[in-house]
Design a protein around this ligand. Structure first.
Ligand code: PHE
Length: 330
């Protein structure tokens, strides 16, 4: 008996304890098999024998229970110790995020114009015909609407095709002088190597009293801005057409980004189109009820700029959510 009690006391794991329980109190255990011998014990001794056996059984049961409690407590403590989180431990493997090239570029441009005292304005992505087209001198059925592959919604709203509607919203809600930019998402029904159905633009609008704002102001601001973004590139203004500006121009920068063959961003002319601009058309002022005003506006695609400043070859890779792309810009 004492031998079993000792063994139980020395058990060093719950598994060992369990096998000791089987060896003593199990079906074929030493105590259990003693009970089987009862029938051979002469009547007079039976009672004493049974009493002794029950005492032994009780003793072993108690020893097993006590030891079990101790071992379980130890196991729990070991587990807690092992799983404890050291919040002060520094993990070198934690990786930091990176700013997406489009947002990074947008931030740079916004900061540049904020430093020139431009305000930052916003408008809804789901626009109406008036703000996106009509007020911008793009009447219904006018062929110039073809320039913008529009996503129309069933309720006659549309996804804005450019940030120019923010010009209208700002003029309708503010007095001159206006000096604003409007960064944001725009949508067009177009998808190929140089177009994605969702992209980003930054709009700029400057308005003041008649004859105060001229094309020369626009040209100066743009040349300075493009030098800030791209270094000492040549800047070229090419006559163009936008319904909301007259005169209108597209602006190219000289291609200094491509080295040798395989250039995917510059055309064979060595110039790269970067934005559209012009002097605000009188019809736009009429649409918002501005009298005797002058102004200029320009709109620029952010992805194009991001590709140049971040040296990215394929526009679509900007929207594939591949962390390997982002990881390069930490
Ligand atoms: N909204 C024009 C576009 O998306 C760009 C632009 C803006 C041109 C402002 C002139 C003035 O193509």
């Amino acid at each position: 008996m004492t031998e079993w009690l000792e063994k139980i006391n020395n058990a060093d794991s719950l598994e060992v304890l369990e096998s000791l329980r089987v060896e003593t109190l199990g079906k074929k255990g030493v105590i259990t098999s003693q009970f089987a011998k009862m029938k051979d014990i002469p009547g007079a001794e039976k009672k004493a024998f049974a009493q002794k056996l029950n005492e032994q059984k009780a003793e072993i049961t108690q020893a097993l229970e006590e030891k079990k409690e101790v071992l379980e407590k130890e196991a729990l403590e070991a587990k807690l110790k092992e799983e404890k989180i050291d919040v002060t431990k520094f993990n070198n493997e934690l990786s930091s995020g990176a700013v997406h090239p489009v947002i990074d570029t947008m931030d740079r441009i916004v900061t540049y114009f904020q430093n020139l005292n431009f305000s930052v304005e916003e408008g809804p992505l789901v626009e109406d015909d008036f703000h996106n087209f009509e007020a911008l001198n793009l009447p219904k059925y006018h062929p110039a609407r073809d320039m913008q592959d529009t996503f129309y919604n069933k309720d006659f709203t549309l996804l804005r095709t450019h940030t120019s509607p923010v010009q209208i919203r700002t003029m309708l809600s503010q007095k001159t002088p206006i000096r604003m930019i409007a960064p944001g998402t725009v949508f067009r029904r177009d998808y190929d190597i140089t177009h994605t159905p969702m992209f980003h633009q930054i709009e700029a609008l400057v308005v003041d009293d008649a004859d105060k704002i001229s094309f020369a102001n626009l040209k100066h601001v743009l040349v300075e801005f493009l030098h800030h973004m791209f270094g000492q590139v040549d800047v070229r203004f090419r006559p163009s057409f936008f319904p909301f500006t007259e005169p209108s121009a597209e602006v190219d920068i000289s291609c200094v980004f491509c080295k040798g063959e395989g250039c995917r961003v510059c055309s064979h002319t060595g110039w790269l189109e970067i934005l559209g601009c012009g002097v605000v058309d009188q019809n736009v002022f009429d649409a918002v009820g501005y009298e005797n005003k002058s102004g200029y506006a320009f709109g620029l695609g952010i992805e194009r700029v991001a590709m140049l400043t971040h040296n990215i070859g394929d526009l679509r890779s900007l929207f594939e959510s591949d962390l390997r792309l982002l990881g390069q810009f930490k």
